[in-house]
Design a protein around this ligand. Sequence first.
Ligand code: ZN
Length: 298
Amino acid sequence: MTQQSGAAQLLEAVMFAAERHRNQRRKDAEASPYINHPIALAHLLATTGGIEDVDVLRAAILHDTVEDTETTENELRERFGNAVAGIVMEVTDDKSLPKQRRKELQIEHAPHKSRGAALVKLADKTCNLRDIAATPPADWPLARRQAYFDWAKSVVDALPPVSEPLRKAFDEAYAKCPAAQNSDPTAREGHWLSMPGVLRGTSGFVRVLDSGAIEIELYDHSAAAESSFGGDVSTIYLIRKENLTALANALAIGFGGDAPSLDKLPQQLTEFLDVQSLIDWLVKNSGVPFEKRVDFEV
Ligand code: ZN
């Protein structure tokens, strides 16, 4: 690499990331340009964190290029050197794993991060919490946003301590965790039962909310969802508590036998072959009212 000033090196990374992320949008309601996010990370590191290490700032700018664009590790090594590429790879998830596993691994791997990677990770989580609190992803219910806040805190708590001012900025962002509203029937996590999907990369959940309502979720983390939606997508069918007796009766009419009691109903729903056939029956044959929504994962 030719000798460049720190400013020139940083701007090289900004140009490269802007080009790679040019067609991507954030998941907030306004679909803001993706590049705002890595710029916000580098800005937070340089201002609040007082970080002057150009490798760390460049890694912040480039941190999502391997995970979310066609960029390869080798390409980063050639253009930006081993130190920058190394940090980016430390904060890149293995996309061949299901989303849930990737989230667990972020917590498990956090204590082993280098200083540069820990700084980028801390800034990333802080910026994401700020974005979710200020401009939540369209269609993310309260429980989903709260769960994201808690997961982000678990990752950050597991990181080695690298910067007091940045940790303080994270804690301030975390304090803005969206508050529970008692009127929201989906505000509590409830109890989950899992069931298989038909297509590779899909799975299902029957979830009993603390309000008594039941949700049936088709979770799609396949490559097809990745290319169509830029990430994982969940399609969720909510059946309110007052309609559960009708659901139990519809099961008896459709499949014979007695209508299951309401406490046996969730288990009985998982005895469908797979989540797609359950949803198919619910929508086409059950006659039970439901509410459908779609969630996208960041
Ligand atoms: Zn990020």
